[in-house]
Design a binder for this molecule. Structure first.
Ligand SMILES: Cc1cc2nc3c(=O)[nH]c(=O)nc-3n(C[C@H](O)[C@H](O)[C@H](O)COP(=O)(O)O)c2cc1C
Length: 324
């Protein structure tokens, strides 16, 4: 059976978002935290602790992610995470942001294959009792770099290889390079997870038909824009298997969506006394939800202009009154 993972999205897929999603929508098989950057402090800082405290992630399969190009720093951070009970860690070689990549981290590190190899050697020589997966792009400048990069990954006992088939310089603009994902299917010794532009039921179905060997799918922006995406996919499958007689299409009930957003807002309010922070977090989610409610762009723009939580809640309530 296919497995689905929620992609890490810095600032968005926080523990508050993950918990609300898990409560209201189709549960994900794994949830990845936004990346941690190793630092020399003895423990994890408060924000990092909040993210991974077991009490904040009860009932969810959470995989913490590390962004680093220094093997020893990475090992130290893995040790800290293990103390919280984590048995699986993900390494980020995918982040395309210029500030990250220019320091040879994230997908920028893919330009330094010897260092990448040494990094993985340090991590895997020191960490025998934890599962380690990798989330990667194809390279920094050209997809052909992936041949060498994949041959390096093949030397280590990765738990899983998650591939976003673009290079760093593509950011999110260039279309996903599916022939290179096919290359990975043919040449990787690891089980693969596909990530990239799985935004609609049709996208997911087409990709599952094209890559039948892959049974693991990581979704990011498509899931924030439409948290009911997998419920929609499952309803569609039932329809095709004729397990349901009548089917009038699927759309998230507005009550479910409203409760989901309210849950997130309440928890951000509890976590921070700063109204501006809570507003920022909620508006960021609405930036993605705009795709799901294209008929209500004017209203959503009003939400994005609100200055207080009270105003925000009033505007949101108005939208849900308008929706069928
Ligand atoms: C705002 C934002 C934040 C992201 N933060 C992370 C991150 O912390 N770690 C990571 O590996 N990828 C991060 N990504 C990349 C996503 O995990 C994912 O690979 C990318 O969005 C492509 O998948 P999608 O087309 O399903 O969104 C981020 C992407 C966005 C848009």
């Amino acid at each position: 059976m296919a497995k689905y993972y929620l992609a890490p999205m810095e600032g968005i897929t926080t523990y508050i978002f993950r918990n609300a999603y898990h409560k209201y929508f189709r549960k994900m098989d794994k949830y990845y935290t936004p990346f941690f950057v190793p630092h020399s402090k003895r423990g994890l800082n408060l924000k990092e602790q909040e993210e991974i405290l077991p009490a904040h992630n009860a009932g969810l399969f959470v995989v913490p992610q590390i962004l680093s190009n220094n093997g020893n720093d990475c090992v130290q951070t893995i040790e800290k995470l293990k103390r919280y009970g984590y048995e699986e860690i993900n390494l980020n070689f995918g982040c395309p942001s210029r500030t990250v990549a220019s320091k040879y981290r994230g997908s920028g590190f893919l330009a330094k294959t010897e260092e990448l190899d040494r990094f993985l050697d340090t991590v895997f020589s020191n960490e025998k009792d934890v599962k380690i997966s990798v989330k990667t792009r194809l390279g920094r400048d050209e997809p052909e770099e992936f041949e060498r990069i994949l041959s390096i990954y093949n030397q280590y006992p990765l738990e899983e290889l998650i591939i976003h088939p673009r290079v760093q310089k593509d950011y999110y603009m260039h279309e996903v390079r599916l022939s290179w994902y096919a290359y990975a299917e043919g040449h990787s010794r690891h089980s693969l997870c596909y990530n990239g532009e799985l935004n609609t039921v049709k996208n997911i179905q087409e990709m599952q038909q094209r890559f039948p060997q892959t049974d693991c799918w990581m979704i990011g922006r498509g899931m924030i824009a439409n948290p009911g995406l997998l419920m929609e996919l499952e309803a569609e499958k039932l329809k095709n298997e004729k397990k349901i007689q009548s089917y009038g299409g699927f759309s998230i009930e507005k009550e479910r969506m409203a409760a989901f957003l309210e849950d997130i807002c309440i928890h951000y309010e509890e976590a921070s006394p700063k109204e501006i922070y809570v507003l920022f977090k909620m508006k960021e989610i609405w930036t993605y939800l705009m795709r799901y409610y294209p008929d209500h762009l004017e209203k959503i723009r009003k939400i994005k202009k609100t200055q207080t939580i009270e105003e925000y809640k009033r505007e949101v309530q108005e939208i849900f009154t308008l929706l069928r």
